[in-house]
Design a protein around this ligand. Structure first.
Ligand SMILES: C[S@@+](CC[C@H](N)C(=O)[O-])C[C@H]1O[C@@H](n2cnc3c(N)ncnc32)[C@H](O)[C@@H]1O
Ligand SMILES: Nc1nc2[nH]cc(C(=O)O)c2c(=O)[nH]1
Ligand code: SF4
Ligand SMILES: [Mg+2]
Length: 181
């Protein structure tokens, strides 16, 4: 059984897949306490992999996004297999501190200051930019590098940084701008 905070259907608001309809599976609990974290995730109900797959299967989109909390603490190949069995494309939003099952289809790593990255594969790096030194994150091997304003509040600062450092792209939390989940 896995502790699930919520399962909901919306558009991916952030990063490379922005705008794509997706089912979000939010796990309860995290190993970090980021001061800027925008998510309440501690509450949750226990669900089996079959329950999770059945809930996700109600939505016709192919894309599932595992998030939290920190989903890397709680998932394994068996859960990803159950979602693959429903023909889903399985993405994860992770802080990168936990080893992940190899059968995940897309890894979004959002590294946090002082937390060691423990991943073999990253598709996109997405850093919440609050003025910190982000240059070392470009050494992570990935296909895309995004900087994201913190709660849409410092977008001008992020744009100014990216114009000076064009290896980065802008990721906006478009769901917050649109006021959708
Ligand atoms: C709530 S976290 C859950 C997944 C995982 N624990 C992580 O941090 O990647 C989902 C995404 O939201 C980002 N995030 C959290 N708080 C934010 C904020 N106030 N503004 C912008 N992005 C934020 C995280 O960096 C991460 O990319
Ligand atoms: N629409 C929408 N897109 C998201 N992308 C990542 C999210 C997350 O909280 O992990 C998130 C979220 O909470 N809502
Ligand atoms: S790692 Fe993710 S869920 Fe955990 S506190 Fe930081 S932003 Fe929030
Ligand atoms: Mg969110």
């Amino acid at each position: 059984m896995r502790r699930i905070n919520e399962i909901f259907y919306s558009l991916q608001g952030e990063g490379y897949h922005t705008g794509i309809p997706a089912v979000f599976v939010r796990f309860s609990g995290c190993n970090l306490r980021c001061p800027f974290c925008d998510t309440q995730h501690e509450e949750g109900t226990l669900m089996s992999d079959e329950d999770i797959a059945m809930e996700v299967a109600k939505y016709s989109t192919q894309v599932v996004i595992l998030t939290g909390g920190e989903p890397g603490l709680w998932i394994d190949e068996k859960l990803v297999d159950a979602l693959h069995h429903e023909r889903k494309y399985v993405c994860i939003e992770t802080n990168g501190t936990c080893r992940l099952p190899e059968n995940i289809d897309w890894v979004t790593c959002s590294p946090k200051e002082g937390a060691k990255i423990n991943l073999d594969r990253i598709d996109e790096v997405k850093v919440v930019y609050v003025g910190q030194d982000v240059s070392a994150y470009l050494d992570l091997s990935a296909s895309h590098y995004f900087l994201q304003p913190c709660s849409c509040a410092n977008t001008e600062e992020v744009i100014a940084y990216i114009l000076q450092h064009p290896e980065w792209r802008l990721s906006l939390q478009t769901h917050k701008l649109l006021q959708i989940p």
